[in-house]
Ligand binder design. Sequence first.
Ligand code: HEM
Length: 187
Amino acid sequence: MNQTPRYTRTAVTLHWLIALLMIVNVVLGLAAESLPDSWVRTTIDTHKSIGITVLGLALLRLLWRFSHRPPALPAAYPSWERRLSGVVHVLLYVLIFALPLSGWMHDSAWEGAATHPMALFGIVPWPRIGWIQNVADPATKESLHTLFGHWHVWFGYALYAAFALHLLGALKHQFVDRHAELQRMGW
Ligand code: HEM
């Protein structure tokens, strides 16, 4: 009988769905600059739609996390690994909010926002953040656009670092320590 304690199906589904969408969005975000002009608009619009979807899923995930305890870690894990994995998990939670929010803020300060309304996957109208879009002075708005763009890029760098640690930790537990680590987050 398999005794591995697991996350709930809802937690597992949200984990892999958010992971997949974030990876796709990193690829789209990084690729946007080097694509031919005729592809850029669709790529960035898709990136925005996926990002807002991630924000909604992140909210569900956080609510689920607050109401459900994760399965206990194997007793054999040393305390430094427990602490480090806890820190990385908190950082990942922060980033699944910070990336879409900073992207949305960046986009809301875009001078083209008014003439290019957002619609999720071309279907569902989606607002810009009013207080940012309504900044009257063009110079102030442009500097906000740049600032929020920098935040978005830096949250991206933090994501690469946190993701690398997360992946290394999971692989170490699975293949070096030989615990059923991946099964905890499996269906
Ligand atoms: C899952 C959430 C998101 C992730 C992981 C993500 C990630 C990224 C990355 C890695 C880049 C490239 C940064 C670089 O050049 O180093 C980028 C660019 C960008 N993102 Fe996001 N993003 C997310 C959500 C959003 C949202 C919700 C919006 C807007 C509503 C947005 C708007 C943009 C824009 C406008 C760019 C610049 C694209 C360009 O002109 O090259 N992002 N994003």
